[in-house]
Structure formats: C-alpha cells, structure tokens
Design a protein around this ligand. Structure first.
Ligand code: WT7
Length: 606
C-alpha cells in the first residue's frame, strides 16, 4: 500500500508478543564461552529491554536516520542494541568484535556514527578480548581525524557478577575461570555504563514508523580487497526477505530450536540470528564461544543441551572439526537435528559428505545456501526434503530469484554452462546502495553487465539445471587457455585423506600463462613428503584432468584468513611469488602464518 508505514522492531517483538501471544516463548538460549554460563530470554523480556534501551538512545539524542556503531560480543544485549536502533529508525552499523580498532575507526568515520555501543571485555575460547580498550583506541583515532564521537555506552559483561541480580545475564553462575582485573579507562562525559543508563529508562517506547524504503542498517563487506563497502539494507524488503527465506529454507516449525553459529557481526548473523528467526517467533541459540573450546565436541554438546533442530554453519567450521575425526561428534546423540545448513563459501563434496553422514547421520537434508552480504538473504538453495541434493551444489534459485550465467561478452548461456553468475531481476532483499557512495554501488554490481546484478562469483550449471558456485571470479585462473576455478582444485586436494584444508592460487608461468600454486594444511598425524605431493598431483589429474596438475604444492601449517574465516588468496599469491609487498593485511586474523609460509616457499617446480 502506497504511503504505508512499518517498523521491523515492532514486527519481530511487539507483533510476536501481542498478536501472536508468544511473549513467554524463549527468543534466545544464551550459551556463554564457558559451558556453564547460560541464560535465556523470552520475547516479552526482550521487548521490555529493547524499549528501555530505545529510550536511553533517544535521551542521548539518537533520531531517525542517525548512525549508531555497535562493537559487541555475542550476548543478548547485542540483539537489544540492534533492535533498539531499528525501533528508532536509526541505522545500526555493527562491526564484528574480532575487528581491530583501526577497522572500527574506519567504519565509524565512513558512516559518521554519532554513538558507539560496546562492552568491557570478553573471552573467545582461551583468548581475552579487551574490547573497551580497542573501542577507546578507535575513538581516539576518530578524534585525531576531527570526528569526536559524543557518546560511548559500555556493557559490563566480563565483570557482570559485580552488578548483582538486577541484570538478566548476571543470573548465570559466576565465571569459573579467574576473572582478570581488566582495567578500563573512562572518558568522563563520553562513556556511560549501560546498566546505569537503563536504570532510569521507562519500559515503553513507541516505535518510529518508517517507510518500507527507509534504511535499516549498514554492514561492511569483508575487506579481502580494497576499502570496505557499507552495504545498505532497507526496512521493508529486507524484513520480508529474511522472514520468508528463514521460514522455507529451514522449514521452520513453531517448536524448532534454531542455531546459526555465525556472529551477528556478519550478515549471516543479522539475517539468521536476529531478524529472520525473530520475525517468525522462533527460539534460537546465541553462542558466545568457538567450536573448539573447551574441546572440539562443543558444538554437538550444545546441540544436545538445547535439542537443536536446525543447525546452520560454515564449511570452514566443518573442515576444521573434520580434522579431529568422527568420535567428538558421535559421542553426542544429535538426535534432535533435522536440517543442516551451510553458507559462506563453496563446500567441497568431502566436507559435505562428512556433514551429511557423520553430523547428520544421513538423516538430515543439507541446505547449501548461496548468498552475499549484498543479497540480504538466501539466493540459491535447496528446500529441505523437497530438493534432491547434490553434494557441493547450492542447487536452485529461491522463489522469485532469476539467475543467469553469462560469458565474458555478457551473453546469457543456456543449458550446461560455466561463467559469471548474475541475477536478472531484483528481489526484496537486494542492497539499495553503498553508504555515501551510490556510484560505487552502480559500478561494482551493475556496470560490467548492464541490466544484471553481478555477484562476482563464477558458476556452473549442470545437465540437470543445478547451480555449482565455483568461487569468486577473481579466484579463477586460466591455464593454457582453460578456465579453472581454484575451488575445484582445492576440493580435489581436500578429498585426499592427509589434507585438512587447501588454498590454490594462480602463479605466473612462462608457457601456460598461469599455473597452480597450492597450499595444503595436513591432518594431524601426517607428514609432508614428495610421495604425498605426487599422490596429490595424481589425485587432481584424476579428478579434474591433466590441465589442472599443480606446479607447486607447499606445506602450510596455517593459512592467512580474514576473521570471518575466508582464506586470503590475494596474500597467498604474493607469498607464492616471494613478493613481500602485501598491501593491507590488517584483516588477517593471525599474521604469524605469513612469515611461516614465506620461509617454506617452494623454489622449484616439483
Ligand atoms: C560470498 C559472499 C552470505 C553469507 C556469508 C558470506 C561466497 C557464500 C556460498 C555458498 C559457495 C558461497 C560467495 C559469495 N559464498 N555462500 N553456499 N556456496 N559460495 O557473505 O562475506 O558477503 O560473501 O561468499 O563467493 O559471493 P559475504
């Protein structure tokens, strides 16, 4: 209806509580970093907290259209903070708490955020992250650049037991490990404790009514290349799209317990931890920790603890856990599981099969969901139980999605084909602009092939019409005039029992143009040898063809990854070429692996 108004916070909270009468339903089971730290929060409790915090933000001067930066661990107050922004029509810009002070500063400046919400500190596995210290550093950098942020709201999370029982999280048992005395510096007049502000806030707050096309949030895309882009999503289309994809792709039923392991700091968390499940009145798990702490069976122990029915994770997590064998999985029942999802990168058939056979005990359909920060929600995906699966294929488009495969000259290819994956028509969840740079939006996604949205991914359609993502186009390589995808070579390598993970980059070659340089991480208990490299080459020749035979295979005890787990092939290409001019490597999660790889480079063709 033209001129109608809405509010997404109203739809995921007030509507669920008052119209659906689900106020007492648990919205989130919160599982802290330590297995014994748990709490839960109902839809009604969440609504009250969101109203209170919306009033706090309003009092701090936040109005419709303002930008609020959020830099928080995976705790219920992160959900409260984002929904409070949405209630006021303010744009949240969530920065993953694994990002550096520098990245936070860059993002605050790019969107000129007037307020920052953060926490004192938190643990991720064994690692203590002093978040407030990083936030201070970021705000100091912002001040130096002439942009003073006027207000910083701090959640007392690590030292929450000091707060007594008034706070919902402090109801959880005290942390077992000794709580370090994290010294927090305090900027009078700028810093405010969340619990102090909330004290004086009323628990009713009228939502700000929005147009469907009003902006909802900004989220920066992973910085593997260049300056991060502030992807802007809007209220109406995004709400509709995440609610619908959640419902059908995970075959949602009222009694489900849904667990998406992604951090809310990524689009997967925005869409399938917060907005999609909540729009359906679902119960979800919100997990603060990591899959390997305190041990590698943590995921499956959480699945059993909350009787998780639908589970959604990334191939990188599956491959990581696969390295430790079946035992940590099978020692837990997992009988509640019904649907398993994957997202983030192409899943190699070997990992797919392990996920299906071991984790899902062959009972659970796998939904391999292809989508992007830019698309808001799922684009290519099976519907569980309805779509016959093929391991490694994201199968078919979601309702209303019109994919096409183009060749280099922009011609649509029919039938079996490989080329650029594009979409021919818009869908409700498509991003609307790059924040502050609409021209960049147009050139990045619409210029190469006018009339199409360009994903940047390569894709193959097989004889049955199934779509197979072959990896980013920039990860494609041309060997002797043949187009190869790094992902397919990696998949072939990982199928070898000794290989846990592999990354393949293109390397200049005098005759072939480009050749393959492979980095391989071995499974526990294997050693790197010339016999192994010969076996791997044979395997690739057999799986793909002689054209894909690698010229170099290097032992890589660790791979440079972004904090979201994406392998940084740009850095690997430089290492392969012994080029120490690596450009911006601030997004590498563990920079020490880089020097290690440089010192073990392959000097001659094997
Ligand atoms: C890129 C988008 C969308 C959530 C997380 C990533 C790759 C994503 C799949 C999949 C093959 C996939 C693509 C895409 N990707 N899902 N199921 N199969 N590739 O969001 O950081 O915006 O990355 O991730 O290359 O373009 P993102």
């Amino acid at each position: 209806m033209k001129g109608a108004t809405t509010n997404i916070c109203y739809n995921v909270l007030d509507r669920i509580v008052h119209e659906k009468k689900l106020g007492d339903k648990i919205a989130f089971y919160w599982e802290g970093n330590e297995p014994e730290e748990t709490t839960q929060i109902t839809y009604h409790e969440l609504l009250v907290q969101v109203c209170q915090f919306s009033n706090v933000l309003r009092k701090q001067g936040i109005r419709k259209g303002d930008r609020v930066a959020i830099y928080m661990p995976m705790i219920p107050k992160l959900v409260v903070a984002m929904l409070a922004c949405a209630r006021l029509g303010a744009l949240h810009s969530i920065v993953f708490a694994g990002f550096s002070a520098e990245s936070l500063c860059e993002r605050i400046l790019d969107a000129s955020c007037s307020l920052l919400i953060t926490a004192d500190a938190f643990y991720r596995g064994e690692k203590l992250v002093k978040l407030k210290e990083l936030a201070d550093e970021a705000l100091e950098k912002c001040r130096e650049k002439g942009f003073p942020v006027r207000c910083c709201i701090v959640v007392k999370h690590l030292r929450r037991t000091e707060l007594g029982t008034g706070d919902s999280l402090s109801q959880s048992p005290p942390i077992k490990r000794p709580c370090p005395d994290v010294q927090i510096s305090w900027n009078e007049g700028v810093d405010f404790w969340w619990h102090e502000l909330i004290h004086e806030a009323g628990d009713e707050c009228e939502p700000e009514w929005c147009d469907a096309e009003d902006p909802l949030f900004i989220l920066y895309t992973s910085g593997s290349t260049g300056k991060p882009k502030g992807v802007v999503h809007t209220v109406g289309g995004y709400m509709l799209y995440v609610a619908t994809t959640f419902k059908y792709v995970f075959d949602f039923h009222a009694e489900d317990v849904f667990w998406c392991t992604a951090d809310i700091g990524w689009i997967t968390g925005h869409s399938y931890v917060t907005y999609g499940p909540m729009a359906n009145g679902a119960t979800s798990v919100l997990f603060e920790g990591i899959p390997t702490y305190p041990d590698v069976s943590r995921m499956w122990s959480i699945v059993d603890k909350y009787k998780v029915t639908k589970f959604y994770t990334a191939p990188t997590a599956i491959r990581l856990l696969m390295k430790f064998g079946d035992k940590p999985v099978t020692k837990h029942s997992r009988a509640s599981l019904q649907v398993l999802g994957t997202v983030g990168e192409p899943i190699n058939p070997e990992a797919w099969l392990w996920y299906h056979q071991v984790v899902g005990a062959q009972r659970c359909p796998i939904v391999d969901t292809f989508w992007q920060t830019e698309t808001g929600g799922h684009m290519l995906t099976p519907l569980p139980g309805a779509t016959p699966m093929k391991p490694g294929s994201a199968t078919f488009p979601f309702f209303g999605v019109a994919p096409a495969i183009l060749n280099e000259s922009g011609e649509e290819l029919e039938g079996e084909a490989e080329g650029y994956l594009v979409f021919k028509q818009p869908w409700p969840g498509i991003m609307r602009t790059v924040y502050g740079n609409h021209e960049r939006f147009e050139t990045t996604y619409f210029k190469k092939f006018p009339g199409y949205y360009v994903t940047g991914d390569g894709c193959r359609r097989d004889q049955d019409g199934y779509y197979w993502i072959t990896g980013r186009i920039d990860d494609m390589l041309n060997v002797s005039g043949h187009l190869l995808s790094t992902a397919e070579v990696e998949s072939a390598l990982v199928e070898h029992k000794a290989i846990a993970e592999a990354a393949v980059v293109s390397h200049p070659h005098p005759v072939k143009g480009e050749c393959l340089y492979c980095f391989v991480t071995l499974c526990d208990g294997y050693t790197f040898s010339s016999t192994l490299t010969e076996e791997l080459k044979k395997q690739i020749r057999e799986k793909i063809g002689p054209i894909a035979t690698p010229d170099y295979i290097q032992n890589a005890p660790g791979l440079p990854k972004t904090r979201s787990g994406k392998i940084m092939r740009r850095v690997l290409r430089k290492i392969a070429q012994n080029d120490h001019d690596l450009g911006d490597i601030s997004t590498v999660a563990d920079p020490s692996v880089i020097s290690q790889l440089f010192s073990h480079r392959c000097l001659t063709v094997q």
